[in-house]
Design a protein around this ligand. Structure first.
Ligand code: HEM
Length: 240
């Protein structure tokens, strides 16, 4: 018997997600390629050398990085302008937190992943996780970091971009460089966890598939996002 499916992501939001992922990796590679200082570059000198030879020198590499960053930011600006309701519902979904149950979810999830269900019981806790909505607290934390981080990265990137046109005051560009670099590092640390949880963890395999098909099984939703399941069921009842 075929499983009942629930709609989770629109085709446009799937496209935006993978476009964002592509831009992130391309910007990361070209950005790291710009850092010639070996002490600052976490991957050493080979990447800047490789990227510079691929793009025909540091100046071209900087242009590619800057214009790709502008395309990335421009696409999100267009999304916000043309889809204000979808943008607002996404922000309303990821920013509100319920401190007591969300912290409990995070603590239990960490114990479950490191020590297993028995490990949770050893602390006198039940292994059942608090119910979650459309996104679980881990997904919310990363979404918050990528939204806030994205705004900071674009703002500092724009300051640096305009400082290459007018070099009257180098101060803001110098500060922006440090903030840009640190923010990318922080979001990247979260991205490693995001990729592990989303693409490698077996439990979240249905959510990974939904980032291509748009749908998830009712069984997965009932077990992993029970608050969202209750909402979907209530809407179905209302529509008859
Ligand atoms: C290889 C890279 C990536 C993989 C495999 C991946 C995987 C996924 C999956 C499977 C989901 C859906 C989760 C669900 O429906 O419950 C998701 C959502 C999300 N991802 Fe990624 N992701 C990647 C890169 C990125 C990057 C680079 C960012 C941002 C810096 C990002 C930000 C988000 C956000 C904000 C969401 C929630 C919004 C949405 O559902 O569209 N992801 N990701």
């Amino acid at each position: 018997m075929s499983e009942k499916m629930i709609h989770r992501h629109t085709r446009l939001s799937i496209f935006m997600h993978w476009f964002n992922a592509f831009c992130w990796f391309a910007l990361l590679l070209t950005g790291l390629g710009l850092i010639k200082n070996e002490e600052l570059n976490p991957v050493g000198a080979w990447l800047p050398n490789l990227m510079r030879s691929l793009f025909g020198g540091g100046e071209n590499l900087l242009l590619v990085h800057q214009y790709l960053g502008l395309v990335w930011a421009g696409a999100f600006l267009a999304y916000i302008l043309f889809k204000p309701r979808a943008t607002w519902s996404f922000l309303k979904e990821v920013f509100p937190v319920s401190p007591a149950s969300d912290m409990q979810w995070l603590l239990k999830m960490t114990l479950k992943m490191t020590l297993g269900r028995k490990g949770i019981e050893r602390f006198g806790l039940s292994p059942d996780l608090p119910p979650q909505g459309f996104y679980n607290f881990g997904q919310k934390l990363f979404a918050q970091a990528s939204v806030v981080g994205g705004v900071v990265i674009v703002a500092t990137g724009l300051v640096m971009f305009f400082s290459t046109i007018s070099m009257d005051n180098p101060g803001p560009a110098a500060w922006s460089r440090v903030i840009h670099y640190l923010t990318v590092g922080l979001v990247f640390a979260g991205l490693l966890v995001h990729i592990f949880m989303a693409a490698i963890s077996r439990e979240e395999r249905p959510a990974f598939k939904s980032m291509f098909t748009g749908n998830v099984s009712e069984h997965y939703v009932r077990h992993h996002h029970s608050l969202w399941y209750a909402q979907v069921a209530a809407e179905k009842d209302k529509d008859g």
